[in-house]
Write a protein that binds this ligand. Structure first.
Ligand SMILES: *Cc1c(COP(=O)(O)O)cnc(C)c1O
Length: 385
């Protein structure tokens, strides 16, 4: 039987950045889980949220996980709970200029000042050497962003933080399931800093059908404080201990994420296989993603670097192949952050990379024949131009 169109539009369960609907094995389970929540009458912070918190903590390897309403709020509530930005002086938080605006927004929203440090040209992640140059007596924390699914150099960043008494908060919004060798041990994203912040926005590797986020940590007191802050500072109903926020996860999103989680491992394997196929095809043609020896990349995005990026993009577009640019303008050159006083030339690598990056289609359900078409078109471009 043909499925009604409306239902497909409503679902979009396997959304990728390219927004092509692909029916996945998880879809039936998700439909059932959503229906169960709809009929339960409990829609915010219920059993599914509790179960999801436990499942995510287990997966990441932390003692606690606290569900919130987005990745942006995960970052913000985490900074707030750590009292960053509370003092009279501007606390400084060092982060990457080559990220989604949410990272630096969270720092500004809690009253602190984002201080950017340039990125590594191979991984696009914040460069530990540049972090060291930016530390002042006001620096309180570092927020490394695990961009495109590969963790930042957490070994070096952890050591820098320890030497300078700084907190490390991981922006792991793009790296659920990524791993890195820290002190000779494989660690998951979200399990290295004092806390990890995740987003389950629909286009992320583990995506809900709306907004959702999570904070992972081993520190019980921090988890408790975030629990208070996410729900109006209330421990008991209608008795607020502190000024809080309305940032809860709803049951439908939690149920959807719980239904998808068992499939994640297969999806990550599929992503790795697709990345390998691209790597083999692009060898010798253009710069393909660098995967560090210490890193297990999950390819949230498969992002190449190409000087003739716009020509290649237009060529693919004409063939009906969508691509994306993450990110066309580094944060320090965006109007919202102009008050920080940065100028063109301050972060040459981030600026350069932003002119050259191009993300190719890669998502579970993107079949090898479709990928072959993309590869063929790329090869054609290099044959012709
Ligand atoms: C998606 C994302 C966020 C924000 O997550 P939302 O759930 O959309 O608020 C933060 N940081 C990075 C690096 C992201 O990719």
């Amino acid at each position: 039987m043909k499925r009604p169109v409306v239902k497909l539009r409503f679902l979009q369960l396997s959304t990728s950045l390219f927004m092509e609907f692909v029916e996945l094995k998880s879809d039936k389970k998700i439909e059932q889980a959503v229906l169960k929540v709809l009929r339960s009458g409990q829609y915010i912070l219920g059993k599914n949220v509790e179960k999801l918190e436990k499942a995510i903590a287990d997966f990441v390897g932390t003692k606690y996980a606290v569900a919130v309403n987005s990745g942006s709020d995960a970052l913000f509530l985490c900074l707030r709970a750590l009292d960053i930005g509370e003092g009279d002086d501007f606390d400084e938080v060092i982060t990457s200029p080559f990220t989604f605006s949410a990272t630096a927004e969270a720092i500004v929203r809690c009253g602190a000042k984002p201080v950017f440090a340039d990125i590594d040209s191979n991984t696009f992640n914040i460069d530990p050497l540049q972090i060291e140059k930016k530390i002042t007596k006001r620096t309180k924390a570092i927020i490394p962003v695990h961009l495109f699914g590969q963790m930042a150099d957490m070994n070096k960043i952890k050591h820098i933080a320890e030497r300078n008494n700084l907190l490390v908060i991981e922006d792991a919004a793009q790296a659920f399931g990524a791993e890195y060798i820290v002190n000779n041990e494989w660690k998951k994203a979200g399990d290295v800093g004092i806390a990890g912040c995740f987003s389950f926005f629909p286009t992320k590797v583990l995506g809900a059908c709306g907004d959702a986020g999570m904070i992972t940590t081993d520190i019980g007191g921090l988890a408790e404080k975030i629990r208070l802050l996410r729900n109006h500072g209330m421990e008991q109903k209608y008795n607020s201990k502190v000024i809080g926020y309305s940032s809860r996860m709803d049951e439908i999103q939690a149920a959807i994420l719980l239904a998808k989680l068992p499939f994640l491992k297969d999806w990550l394997i599929e992503r790795g296989q697709m990345a390998n196929r691209y790597n083999e095809a692009l060898e010798g043609l253009t710069w393909f993603p660098y995967e560090g020896l210490n890193a297990a990349h999950i390819y949230s995005q498969y992002t190449i670097r190409e000087r003739r990026r716009d020509d290649l993009r237009n060529y693919l577009k004409a063939k009906g192949i969508p691509t994306a640019i993450y990110y066309p303008i580094p944060l320090h050159l965006q109007p919202a952050f102009s008050f920080l006083g940065y100028k063109k030339g301050d972060f040459p690598i981030a600026e350069n990379v932003s002119q050259e990056v191009l993300s190719l289609p890669l998502y579970p359900g993107f079949k090898p024949p479709q990928q072959k078409k993309v590869i063929k078109a790329i090869k054609e471009f290099y044959d012709r131009y």
